[in-house]
Design a binder for this molecule. Structure first.
Ligand SMILES: Nc1ncnc2c1ncn2[C@@H]1O[C@H](COP(=O)(O)OP(=O)(O)O)[C@@H](O)[C@H]1O
Ligand SMILES: [Mg+2]
Length: 240
C-alpha cells in the first residue's frame, strides 16, 4: 500500500519559490490500478518521483507498506526501491552501453545478487521472451525501435518482482500499436502478479481501463474517482 500525507514540493528557482505540489493526500491499496491525469505542468511526474523516493518532499510523507521514506538515507532508499518498486519512464532510460539483456540484469546486480549471475540471466532472458524480445537479447538500445526499448524497460522494471509499478507516460513516445502492446504488458503484469500500478497518462482510453482516476491540477488533486466527489477545498490547499 502507498500512503501519501500532506505532500508538498517547492523549488527555489532563482528568486521565486515555485510550488509544484501543494498538499497531496492519497491512499493507494495494494493491487490497484490508478491513473494519474492532469494538464502538462500539473505535477504528475513530480508526484511519481516522490512516490519512488527519487526526490525528497518539502513537506509531508510517502509511506510504502508502513515505512515512511522521507528520512531514509540513500542506501536505505535504494534497498526499499529494489524490494518494492519498478519504475517505467516515458523516455525508456536504458543504459546505451549495455545490451537489452544487460539492462534487464542491472537491477539484479545492483541488488547485490551478482554472484547469482546464472539465475539472473535466466530470469532476464525469460522476461525478455515474455515481452516478445527473445531475439533481441544482445541488441543495444540504439539498435532497437522505441516500442522495443520500452519493452526492455518493462522487463527491467519487473526483474525484481516489485509489488508496485510506477509508470510515467509509458506510452507517450509510442505510436498507437506499440503503445497498446506496452499497455497490455503492464496490465497483464498487474492482473497476474497483482501488482499495484500507478500510471501517469494523457490517454483517456488508458485511463478508462484504470480502477481509479486521480486528476491533478496546479499541484493539487482536483478529482479522485475513489472518493467519487470532487475534493473539498480545505484551508491546507487554498492558501497560495
Ligand atoms: N527541477 C525543477 N525546477 C523548477 N521547476 C520545476 C522542476 N521540476 C518541475 N518543475 C515545474 O513544476 C511543474 C510540474 O512539473 P511536472 O511534475 O513535471 O509536471 P507534469 O508531469 O504534470 O507535466 C512544472 O511547471 C515544471 O516546470
Ligand atoms: Mg510529466
Amino acid at each position: 500500500m502507498i500512503e501519501v500525507q500532506g505532500l508538498k514540493k517547492s523549488i527555489h528557482n532563482g528568486t521565486n519559490l515555485v510550488e509544484i505540489l501543494r498538499g497531496i493526500d492519497l491512499t493507494i491499496p495494494q493491487g490497484q490500478f490508478a491513473a494519474i491525469m492532469g494538464p502538462s505542468g500539473s505535477g504528475k511526474s513530480t508526484l511519481l518521483g516522490l512516490l519512488a523516493g527519487l526526490d525528497a518532499p518539502t513537506e509531508g510523507e510517502v509511506i510504502l507498506d508502513g515505512t515512511p521514506i522521507s528520512h531514509l538515507n540513500e542506501d536505505e532508499l535504494a534497498e526499499i526501491r529494489g524490494r518494492k518498486l519498478g519504475f517505467v519512464f516515458q523516455s525508456y532510460q536504458l543504459i546505451p552501453m549495455l545490451t537489452a539483456l544487460e539492462n534487464v540484469l542491472l537491477p539484479f546486480e545492483l541488488n547485490g545478487s551478482s554472484h547469482r549471475t546464472g539465475e539472473g540471466r535466466a530470469r532476464a532472458t525469460e522476461l525478455l521472451d515474455s515481452v516478445g524480445l527473445a531475439d533481441r537479447l544482445h541488441h543495444y538500445p540504439v539498435q532497437l525501435s522505441g516500442g522495443e526499448q520500452q519493452r526492455v524497460a518493462l522487463a527491467r522494471a519487473f526483474m525484481l518482482e516489485p509489488p508496485i509499478v510506477l509508470a510515467d507516460e509509458p506510452t507517450g513516445n509510442l505510436d498507437s500499436h506499440n503503445g497498446e502492446h506496452v499497455l497490455e504488458l503492464l496490465l497483464r503484469r498487474h492482473r497476474e502478479s497483482r501488482t499495484t500500478l500507478v500510471m501517469v497518462t494523457h490517454d483517456p482510453q488508458v485511463s478508462e481501463r484504470a480502477e481509479r482516476r486521480i486528476i491533478l491540477h496546479d499541484g493539487l488533486v482536483i478529482k479522485d474517482t475513489a472518493t467519487a466527489t470532487p475534493m473539498a477545498v480545505t484551508e491546507a490547499n487554498c492558501d497560495s
